[in-house]
Design a protein around this ligand. Structure first.
Ligand code: BT5
Length: 328
């Protein structure tokens, strides 16, 4: 009911009378009034003028399912949005749900994470209300070894969304970081459950620092972490960014599934790469290789030339890439 009222108000840039609302939605004007009151309590600014009706002035920057579902109603890929105020990790929650039968296109999103995860058991700082902490459940019909490409598709989607929405020059640090002003603004964690030759599900987790201030980061992250707000200069709407990320993701992911190649995403990853052409340190299972990053292959691997002139492909997953001097 509230959703219908909100939609009617959003669809109109003029005042909508109580009578009109009660006719289209099919409830009494008192019921409309009660729901409007509740919406106001939730942070929606709604002007009401007697004899003219109601007008939506602004919305709270919530990313709850109700707010997101209205905006994403035209997206065929998004099937369900599950929103938490707090959760250990949206990826862990997503894996549980996927194992219990949640379908592809289910989104798990939380205002905060108490056990946010990076790769290899690292920690992901996820304070309340200032970032996007979300996971997408996927059930692609691809080989398990192909699943790492999902990280590249997601990186391309997030970087494109940031650039299109804010104009901020976001770059992609292969394989799973989005970089702004030389620091990490987003990390991606792709987890998979499968058999030898089939995938049960993939959960791709996206963490974006949106409205944090530098003092919100713990001391050890101040050198490497940044929020979009710090670069943009003012608060950004998390809701708009979630919507943009999901619509860019839908386009690139479905293109990959339909054409069976990730050409589109890989082109974006190459174009926005902050890694290519650089001298990098590849750290894999305790071993370090110094190399030049040459290219990203069609399969999403990093092509490198090591100091002994050996050219080889590096698969993402357990690799850390560092600049010779700084983080990138
Ligand atoms: C990542 O790992 O970058 C993957 C991060 C994925 C987070 C999302 S949030 C939604 C979903 N649910 C989860 O539980 N996780 C996903 P990695 O490449 O291993 O980088 C981890 C490192 O990034 C840490 O060791 C810190 O150095 C740094 N770090 C931690 N929190 C950060 C933050 N908020 N911003 C920037 N850097 C951070």
């Amino acid at each position: 009911m509230k959703k219908k009222i909100l939609k009617a108000l959003k669809d109109s840039d003029k005042y909508v009378s109580g009578e009109e609302l009660s006719n289209t939605i099919g409830v009494t004007r008192t019921a409309i009034w009660k729901h409007i009151k509740q919406l106001k309590e939730e942070g929606y600014k709604i002007e009401s003028i007697s004899r003219k009706g109601y007008k939506l002035v602004s919305e709270p920057d919530t990313i709850d399912s109700k707010a997101l579902e209205i905006e994403l109603k035209d997206k065929s890929f998004i099937k369900e949005i599950v929103h938490y105020n707090t959760v250990d990790s949206t990826n862990s929650q997503g894996k549980l749900m996927a194992a219990q039968g949640a379908i592809e296109g289910t989104i798990v999103i939380s205002e905060e994470q108490t056990g946010g995860k990076g790769r290899l058991g690292r920690e992901w700082i996820s304070p309340k209300g200032t970032g996007i902490w979300m996971s997408i459940i996927l059930k692609p019909n691809i080989e398990p070894q192909e699943a790492t490409i999902i990280t590249q598709i997601t990186a391309a989607a997030v970087a494109s969304a940031i650039i299109k929405l804010t104009g901020i020059k976001a770059g992609i640090k292969w394989p799973n970081d989005i970089i702004v002003d030389g620091k990490k603004v987003c990390g991606i964690l792709t987890e998979m459950s499968g058999e030898l030759n089939s995938i049960n599900y993939v959960v791709v987790g996206i963490g974006v620092n949106v409205n944090m201030n530098q003092e919100d980061f713990p001391e050890e992250l101040k050198e490497v972490a940044i929020s979009l707000k710090e670069s943009f200069g003012e608060d950004l709407s998390r809701k708009e960014l979630v919507i943009k990320i999901l619509s860019e993701f839908e386009e690139l992911y479905l293109d990959f599934i339909n054409t069976n190649n990730a050409q589109k995403s890989i082109s974006i990853c190459r174009e926005l790469s902050v890694t290519l052409g650089k001298q990098v340190k590849i750290v894999q299972r305790g071993k370090t290789i110094l190399a030049e990053a040459l290219d990203i292959t069609e399969d999403g691997e990093l092509l490198i030339k090591s100091s002994d002139e050996n050219i080889q492909k590096v698969v993402s997953g357990e690799v850390s890439v560092r600049g010779i001097i700084g983080y990138i």
